[in-house]
Design a protein around this ligand. Structure first.
Ligand code: DQA
Length: 147
């Protein structure tokens, strides 16, 4: 039995659907969760889907993934651009880490062009709206060898 894929979302993503919808789309986080669950189910697997506005909470969940996840998908949101502590936690993982963004940060303000999380990411999916999460899950399954 393959371990679940853990999907973490960072600050302000609880407001998806109403937060700058012209950038992040109209899907709510619950919509994204449903899409992730359906995608995982189509691979015969499950997801643990969580969101927090708190850096320490995200770090605790990254540490939990060390034992209980087969791969980690993370949209670090603003913390990707600021958090060395989150990077340090991610660097302790020996499972695939897929960084995921709804928008394409590289095409936005200069300060979004750098993410610390990328230094620990196996790969990055960005710019496809809610579909970025599904593509990240597909990539995770590819990396862990689940068809
Ligand atoms: C984001 C991009 C980040 O720059 C931003 O701080 C977010 C969301 C995205 O999903 O496009 O909160 O990670």
């Amino acid at each position: 039995m393959v371990k679940p894929i853990h999907v973490l979302s960072g600050p302000n993503l609880n407001l998806l659907g109403t937060r700058e919808p012209e950038i992040y789309g109209k899907d709510t986080l619950d919509d994204v969760r449903a899409r992730c669950e359906a995608r995982a189910e189509s691979h015969g697997c499950t997801v643990v889907f969580r969101q927090s506005n708190h850096e320490g909470m995200l770090i605790d969940w990254v540490q939990e993934a060390r034992e209980s996840a087969s791969a980690l998908v993370i949209n670090p949101a603003g913390y990707g651009h600021t958090s060395i502590a989150l990077l340090d936690a991610l660097k302790t993982l020996s499972i695939p880490v897929i960084e995921c963004h709804l928008s394409n940060p590289a095409a936005r303000e200069d300060f979004r062009r750098h993410t610390y999380v990328s230094l620990a990411a196996t790969g990055i999916v960005s710019g496809f709206g809610a579909a970025s999460y599904e593509l990240a899950i597909d990539a995770a399954f590819g990396l862990i060898g689940v068809k």
